[in-house]
Ligand binder design. Structure first.
Ligand SMILES: [Zn+2]
Length: 202
């Protein structure tokens, strides 16, 4: 039963990992989420309050872990991570969260149950590329990984605070691993936090 709920009956990457308990899997995911924030900070993927990464809770799939608003990404620890539900209630943690981050990630996690983690950045190159309004050509080994596996979301309408806008982003993503948000930035998803972070950093 635990195996099933942790996704081990699935044949995706997390099939490789077998946690003994929800607690062990939760800690595993949170440690990698905290490490991802630090890695993103080191690579300059965070920008002010923008940029957020989330991971689904293994025991309660309608909840996910997210960073607190305005905490410097380069110093985020496991104990800083906050647990929120789909309604935006903060179940664990006492800091506010980024509203745009919550709205986007909540829609992604709700629409795509197979997605364990999601990352959204306003990185310099990602944002510059997004301004072109086009998909990546399969010109390098890295970009080949996204061949026919990423989408473009082009109706830019400012900071994403509306549930409807987020629902459309989740729809544009479909079953792909990434979406280029035109004039905005990048968003990647995956069956593990590692795969999701890899996608954003290509
Ligand atoms: Zn954004």
């Amino acid at each position: 039963m635990v195996d099933h709920l942790l996704g081990h009956s699935d044949d995706r990457a997390h099939h490789l990992r077998r946690a003994a308990s929800f607690e062990e899997e939760r800690l595993h995911r949170k440690q990698r989420l905290a490490a991802t924030f630090r890695l993103f900070s080191r690579n300059g993927f965070d920008q002010g309050l923008a940029g957020h990464v989330t991971v689904r809770d293994p025991e309660f799939p309608d909840r996910f872990w997210i960073n607190p608003l305005s905490k410097f990404s380069g110093q985020i620890k496991v104990s800083d991570l906050q647990l929120v539900d789909r309604a935006g209630n903060i179940l664990i943690g006492d800091k506010p969260i980024n509203q745009a981050g919550f709205v986007i990630h909540s829609a992604i996690h709700a629409a795509h149950p197979e997605v364990i983690a999601a990352a959204h950045t306003h990185s310099t190159y990602g944002k510059a590329w997004s301004a072109l309004g086009r998909l990546l050509d399969p010109l390098t080994q890295d970009s080949c990984a996204f061949y026919e596996d990423h989408a473009l979301f082009d109706p830019f309408s400012g900071v994403v605070l509306e549930a409807e806008e987020s629902r459309k982003i989740a729809e544009a993503l479909g079953s792909k691993k990434a979406v280029v948000l035109q004039n905005h930035g990048l968003l990647t998803v995956g069956p593990t936090i590692e795969a999701t972070a890899w996608g954003t950093s290509r």
